[in-house]
Every structure is written in structure tokens, then in C-alpha cells.
Design a protein around this ligand. Structure first.
Ligand SMILES: *Cc1c(COP(=O)(O)O)cnc(C)c1O
Length: 393
């Protein structure tokens, strides 16, 4: 008999009753150190007092009004995002998938409005993840996500990650946009080297194709800059954001330049919930905390510490771990043992991690993780690896 919850997830047999900072507690009193953060969503940990205050204050006043009216909280957050980034304009969504939908629509509309409606092709990359809508699975293209869901939305070309020559060959007069994650998350924590992103920007400039960056997972301070592309010193035309921007409240956004967005006039797109007062009250508080340069510097310092400790861990367990990869607090441990075994062994040590492709476990702690919590997490990974090693011997 089918379960009452559609069984699309393989779930661990436990549930959490509350969270505080980087910790999650279960009914039976187990306390887990959370290095998954709801897959990079709880950017400021659980029950952050400022976020709880922002949410509850707004909850007592007004939860939702339609986008048919002015929403001052939304205006405030849009202004902050425009001020802090390349973008001239913002549309709020409720998820990364919805941000992907708009990014694709915007790119196509742009060319249609330029009198080139045939310019619809979007170049995307093998190993990518952009969400689960029909457009997003077509964009990612993997058999695992698309099997049985055809006919897929047409118009996507897939090339290998970081293959500059293949990209040059794929960019034609029909290319509307290139869509890429600066750091692949689900794909196994693979950062695109800065020179590749700069090369990509140059190719887009030569051909006019729009550059769409998916910063749903790597954005909002995760890499130690507000957005990951800032490290390369180049900017996209359109950017998808979600996950960390709401700190756990469902919120996403599409940021764009005026050039890319100007064809999206009245009636061309919409969202009932997108950017409602409750979501934006939280989003404003998240933005105030994360966009502070001092906060981002601390993220980088903590990231440096975590990375250094993880390198030591790999050196002391070469049978279990192969490599540390990633940037900032978006780190992956490529495993030699099965990543699912490592994840389970860490779980037994009350440490939560997240699996990814390419036999990687992801470490995505809250951005305000403490030095002591980093030390504890690495000690737990060390104990987990020791158990696995003993079982092998
Ligand atoms: C999670 C994720 C998405 C999809 O976001 P949802 O909120 O689950 O729809 C898209 N792109 C990337 C890079 C992601 O990590």
C-alpha cells in the first residue's frame, strides 16, 4: 500500500523536535551537530533569536497580501539585494525551482523582445541540479531525474563541466543563455575555477548569450562572499537564489540586470506567495546579518579552519577519505569508502552530513558555526572513520 506521504524520499527513521544554533534534538534526547543545515537552508542555524523575533513580530501583524498591492517588506529586501549585487531588479519566489523557471523564461523573453524569437537554446552542464520542475529537470538533463517524465521541455544542450572548447563549439546564434552553478552542489561539490567563469563570461559577451548563474546553494554567504561569482570578479545577467536567503523560511529570488529583465513587463510572470510580508520580514533580517562584511570575513575564517582540519582528517584516514573539495563552508569530502557508509557512521556519532554525487559527503554547516563546533564535527568524523576502518580490518 502506498504510504500516506508520497514515498519520493528515502528518510532516516527519526524526527527532530527542536533546534538551537547548530544543534538538532530528537524526542529521545539525542543531540545532533547539524552539518547539513537543511541542505544549506538554515544559513544562520536553528531558532536564531533575531529571525524568530522578525518572524513572530510580522506574524502578529500581516502574513500575506497579494502582489496586487505594495509590499514594503518586499521593497526593502529588493532594494538591499540591488544595492549589494550586480542586479538592477529582483523577483521573489518560494523556491529554487521557481527561480529556475523564471530565469529560463526571462532569457527566452529577452531574445523574443529583441526580435530573435528563434534564439531559445540554453546551454547547461552535466552533473548540474536546478530543481524538479519539468523545465529544471530538462535543464539538468540527467537520466536519473528525467526518466519517465517525457516529453521533456526542448531547448537544452548539455556539455561537460569546465570544458571551454565544448562550450565555445556549443554557443551558436540560437543560444539564448548559459546556465551554470558556480559551485555544483548535488553534483559533488565541484567549484568552477575562477578562470573558467571569467572565460564563460567572455564567451557570453562575444555572442550576446545571457549568463544565468544558479546560486541557490552556493549563494548567500556560503562561500565567504555574498555570492560565489564575486570571487571571479565577474557578474551574471540573471541569478537564481533560494535556500539560505530565507534562513529556513521558504523564499527564493531571481536577480537580473535591466538589460536581461526589461522584457518582463506587467502580466508576463507572477507568483501568489512570492515575496509575501512574512517571508520578506525574515529575508530582510537574514540579509542584514549575512551581507555584513564582518560576518562574511568570519565565514571565511571558519571555513579556513574547517578545511585545514579536514585535510588533516583525510591524511590520517587515507582508506576512508580521498580529498577535500569546495569553497568556504560549502565543503565536500570525496570518499574512498562508500559515501553512504561514511554518512551513516557520522550519523552514529550524532553528526549530520549530506550525500552528493561522485561519492562525496557534503559539509554545509550554518554560516555562524563556532570554532568549537568545527572541532567537535571533525572529532566525530574522525571517530566515524576509525569505526569504518576497524570494520574493514
Ligand atoms: C536546491 C537547489 C535547487 C532547487 O531548489 P528548491 O528550493 O528545492 O526548488 C536549484 N539549484 C540548486 C543549485 C540547488 O542546490
Amino acid at each position: 500500500m502506498i504510504p500516506s506521504i508520497l514515498p519520493t524520499y528515502s528518510r532516516a527513521p527519526l524526527s527532530f523536535t527542536h533546534g538551537e544554533g547548530s544543534w538538532l534534538s530528537t524526542e529521545d534526547g539525542r543531540r545532533f551537530l547539524d552539518f547539513g543545515a537543511g541542505i544549506a537552508v538554515n544559513a544562520l542555524g536553528h531558532a536564531h533569536p533575531d529571525l524568530v523575533a522578525a518572524l513572530t513580530e510580522q506574524a502578529g501583524k500581516l502574513w500575506h497580501v497579494s502582489n496586487l498591492y505594495q509590499i514594503p517588506q518586499q521593497q526593502e529586501l529588493a532594494d538591499k539585494l540591488v544595492e549589494a549585487t550586480f542586479a538592477d531588479t529582483v523577483f521573489f519566489t518560494n523556491s529554487g525551482t521557481e527561480s529556475c523557471e523564471l530565469a529560463i523564461k526571462m532569457a527566452r523573453k529577452h531574445w523574443s523582445a529583441q526580435g530573435q524569437p528563434e534564439r531559445t537554446q540554453i546551454i547547461a552542464f552535466n552533473g548540474a541540479f536546478h530543481g524538479r520542475s519539468t523545465a529544471a529537470i530538462a535543464a539538468a538533463g540527467s537520466e536519473k531525474m528525467t526518466a519517465g517524465f517525457g516529453p521533456l521541455m526542448p531547448g537544452f544542450t548539455h556539455i561537460d563541466w569546465g570544458d571551454h572548447d565544448a562550450l565555445r563549439a556549443a554557443l551558436t546564434k540560437d543560444t539564448a543563455a548559459v546556465l551554470i552553478e558556480p559551485v555544483q552542489g548535488e553534483g559533488g561539490i565541484r567549484p568552477l575555477p575562477d578562470q573558467c567563469l571569467r572565460g564563460l563570461r567572455e564567451l557570453c559577451d562575444e555572442t550576446g548569450a545571457l549568463l544565468i548563474l544558479d546560486e541557490v546553494q552556493c549563494g548567500m554567504g556560503r562561500t565567504g562572499r555574498l555570492f560565489a561569482h564575486e570571487w571571479a570578479g565577474v557578474a551574471p545577467d540573471i541569478m537564481m537564489v533560494a535556500k539560505g536567503i530565507g534562513g529556513g523560511f521558504p523564499l527564493g529570488a531571481v536577480l537580473a540586470t535591466e538589460h536581461a529583465a526589461k522584457a518582463m513587463g506587467t502580466g508576463t510572470h507572477g507568483s501568489t506567495y512570492g515575496g509575501n510580508p512574512l517571508a520578506c520580514a525574515v529575508g530582510n533580517k537574514v540579509m542584514d546579518i549575512i551581507a555584513d562584511p564582518a560576518f562574511l570575513d568570519t565565514v571565511s575564517a571558519r571555513a579556513g579552519l574547517l578545511r585545514q582540519r579536514l585535510e588533516g582528517l583525510v591524511a590520517s584516514h587515507p582508506d576512508i577519505f580521498e580529498q577535500v573539495r569546495g569553497i568556504g563552508l560549502m565543503l565536500g569530502l570525496k570518499c574512498r569508502a562508500a559515501n553512504t557508509d561514511v554518512l551513516a557512521a557520522a550519523f552514529d556519532q550524532n553528526l549530520i552530513t549530506v550525500p552528493a554525487a561522485d561519492n562525496v559527503i557534503r559539509l554545509l554547516p550554518p554560516l555562524n558555526i563556532s570554532e568549537d563546533e568545527i572541532a567537535q564535527a571533525v572529532a566525530r568524523l574522525d571517530a566515524a572513520a576509525a569505526t569504518l576502518q576497524k570494520a574493514r580490518a
